[in-house]
Write a protein that binds this ligand. Structure first.
Ligand code: MN9
Length: 298
């Protein structure tokens, strides 16, 4: 399968309090995204999956379970990036063996790598996978941003297929989309889904689509139909929910609400702290409210 355009859930991952992947729950959460959320694709092992907090075994398990559960139904992207490049290469090989459609890698972070080092990292990982590579661009977290000329250098490698663009700099996003019509850009901030789509993004990848895929798909479709007022109303509803959930801890709150549907969504990995009883009750109440508003189905 090649990558479909549209809404991709950045897959949440349920962990035990010891940091072990809850395998059955993960499979149920993937299934839920495909059959209830009707997502166009899945992005596995990214920030939302807490990949940068997890150990190599957990990363591999997550890639395996997601691929087995999906069994070729929707497009799948494996986030394999890590500042442990040997680990990233192993994950790249695994993603290929498991039949992923593309890989993605976070820009190497923590140390201030120069651009030539960053290019080497991306080319090496793309070649290890021998799959299309989406640069996971998230400058607020990695501290590294690229200009259009740097993007051009990355795109000189035929396997660099596009960006997962998680930045509020919509000017650069537009320049990227216009300058490289043969490449693809996924919009990475759920808060800016309407804007990304309006500027020509190929798809959108987001954590909140584990819960709000339906409204995200509606925003997407309404932009396609030129129904701007409806799209804007949808984005406003989504953003109010993001604001409410973020005040509790976004991934924790998303997992708590999904657990109402009967899946044991487990914990987040430390240093993320668990929700207090009071926060859990608040998240549950928000979940019921979104259900009443027909924003989600539990
Ligand atoms: O991958 C997500 N990024 C992070 C995409 O979690 C760092 C987004 O979906 C955000 O969670 C979302 C809320 O800020 O836009």
């Amino acid at each position: 399968m090649k990558l479909e355009s549209g809404i991709y859930a950045a897959q949440l991952v349920p962990y035990t309090s010891d940091g072990i992947v809850k395998e059955e729950s993960l499979s149920a959460m993937v299934e839920r995204n495909i059959t209830l959320g009707k997502v166009d694709g899945l992005y596995i092992g990214g920030s939302t999956g807490e990949s940068f907090l997890s150990d190599t075994n957990a990363k591999k398990k997550v890639l395996e379970i997601a691929a087995e559960t999906n069994a070729g139904r929707v497009s799948m992207i494996a986030q394999i990036g890590s500042i442990n490049v040997k680990e990233a290469e192993e994950l790249a090989h695994l993603a290929t063996a498991l039949g992923y459609d593309a890989v993605s890698a976070v820009t190497p972070y923590y140390y201030r790598f120069n651009f030539s080092e960053i290019c080497d990292y991306y080319f090496r990982l793309a070649e290890a996978a021998n799959l299309p590579m989406l640069v996971y661009y998230i400058p607020a977290f990695t501290g590294t941003s690229f200009d259009i000329e740097q993007a051009r250098r990355l795109f000189e490698h035929p396997l660099i297929a596009g960006f997962k663009y998680t930045s509020g700099d919509l000017y650069t996003m537009e320049r990227l989309i216009s300058a490289f019509p043969d490449k693809i850009v996924f919009s990475g901030y759920d808060e800016l889904l309407l804007c990304g789509k309006a500027l020509g993004a190929f798809g959108a990848i987001g954590s909140t689509y584990n819960l709000f895929a339906h409204i995200a798909k509606e925003i997407w479709k309404n932009v396609d139909l030129g129904l701007l007022a409806q799209a804007r109303a949808g984005q406003a509803k989504l953003n109010s929910a993001i604001q409410e959930l973020t005040s509790l801890g976004l991934y924790q709150a998303l997992k708590e609400i999904i657990s109402i549907s009967g899946i044991d969504t487990g914990c987040c990995l430390p240093p993320f702290s668990p929700l207090s009883q009071e926060q859990k009750e608040k998240a549950d109440a928000l979940g019921r409210k979104y259900e009443d508003m027909k924003l989600i189905r539990l």
